[in-house]
Design a protein around this ligand. Sequence first.
Ligand SMILES: Nc1ncnc2c1ncn2[C@@H]1O[C@H](COP(=O)(O)OP(=O)(O)OP(=O)(O)O)[C@@H](O)[C@H]1O
Ligand SMILES: [Mg+2]
Length: 357
Amino acid sequence: MPEALPWEEEYGAAPATLGERLVSGGSDAVERAAEAALRPRRLDEFVGQQVVRNQLSLVLDAALARGTSPDHVLLSGPPGLGKTTLAMIIAAELGTSLRVTSGPAIAHAGDLAAVLSSLEEGEVLFIDEIHRLARPAEELLYVAMEDFRVDVVVGKGAGASAIPLSLPPFVAVGATTRAGLLPAPLRDRFGFTGHLDFYSNDELEKVLLRSSGLLDVPLTAEAAAEIASRSRGTPRIANRLLRRVRDWAQVRGDGRLDLAAARAALEVYEVDPVGLDRLDRSVLTALCTRFGGGPVGLTTLAVAVGEEPETVETVAEPFLVREGYMGRTPRGRVATRAAWEHLGLTPPDGASGTLWS
Ligand SMILES: Nc1ncnc2c1ncn2[C@@H]1O[C@H](COP(=O)(O)OP(=O)(O)OP(=O)(O)O)[C@@H](O)[C@H]1O
Ligand SMILES: [Mg+2]
């Protein structure tokens, strides 16, 4: 297994974000260390995302051929689909180093100015969660990206003056899970925007087989397919479930990661055949059995499952809505026919293939 690159260690130490759920797209610090070992290093190791990969390779190859820096790159898409991985790949493909920062880590414009003024020619500056950059820092970034310049403010009040400091050409790579929150002027300064979408099961199988090779655990094709189908289109979740199946195989099984081991492990961890976990199922169960399929308000639904409305809204709902188990209407949340059927319940008369309201 290749050694961790310096920036991966740096990134691994960054403050943790998002939840501890087995099927959440987010990750924490411990997990990021495990992930670093599984990250593809080059564009041709990166599985799936054919469109973005193709576009990006053109952008990078053209820049390399010209001997200049490529346009700034914005990567958007849900958690765990490979934005950070691609940022690292961009630096590797350009044969340069990567500097890592993030929107929340930059409290003042001065913090960003310090990072920018220490960049070396051609370096890649990765700004994770760029939608969370504070406004003054954002404005500083516009100028830096466009004119390769920062205005360093000296003094205070009426006597303050701005000294322009020119920067070497660098490549900004921004990542965001919320492209819609990015102000248009910032979005416009990225010459290339790649949107990552959820992976197909076939692609996730490839991710899993690659990971099992790196982890040196033999994974059968059927087990890979089983894990892939419960991974919510997300490589991070696929790799996480793979580690849980490996645990099971080592402790309760015979070390082999086969279909039986995959099923048994995922049953222990309560990840069902379509990738729903306990929270998802309790939301659907409450919706169907207590509220007759809805519509019911978010707050009421959250109380019924003993969770905060925000948790239900941000953690469970997006996947349930995307997969067609639940709908959001002006009058509240509704269960679809698929939800009733998935829970093994009989849909009430009139519940259609679309929304039950
Ligand atoms: N295309 C891919 N091929 C193989 N593995 C992948 C791919 N995309 C992501 N992964 C794996 O998934 C893990 C998560 O990817 P990554 O950290 O790049 O996601 P992210 O989009 O940056 O997520 P976040 O929004 O939480 O920062 C990586 O450790 C990597 O091993
Ligand atoms: Mg990331």
